[in-house]
Write a protein that binds this ligand. Sequence first.
Ligand code: ZN
Length: 134
Amino acid sequence: MKRQLTELLSLTGVHVKSQKQVDDILILEVESNSKKAVCPRCHKISSRLHQNHYSLIKDIPWGEKEVFLRVNRRQFKCEKCSLPFSEELNFVRKRQKHTVRYAQHITEQVVNSDLKSVAERNNLTESEVETMIK
Ligand SMILES: [Zn+2]
């Protein structure tokens, strides 16, 4: 089941650890396949896990279901410069609450419609839509 969900999700470099459904919302807990990350300061590869840091990230819907990813953006401690750093995830930018492909999904809708109706259809505010189409 988890392997199939990982395949369906089709996000490179992560796997689904668990899934939960609450009404029309599907929550998938995902984790990076890699046990290592690269320090952004000195570019040394580190495998010293410092902290787990979970957040809920909105992803594109599956049919009628809203999808949220429970993402563990792990903090590592660099073995060379000893400073903690957060791993890079290719599908969600830092400090954002939605995946890169969700922003693309919204942008495509705005191209064919307008801000107000896209916001309503996706249960977002107009300003949230604006930040995604930049
Ligand atoms: Zn470092």
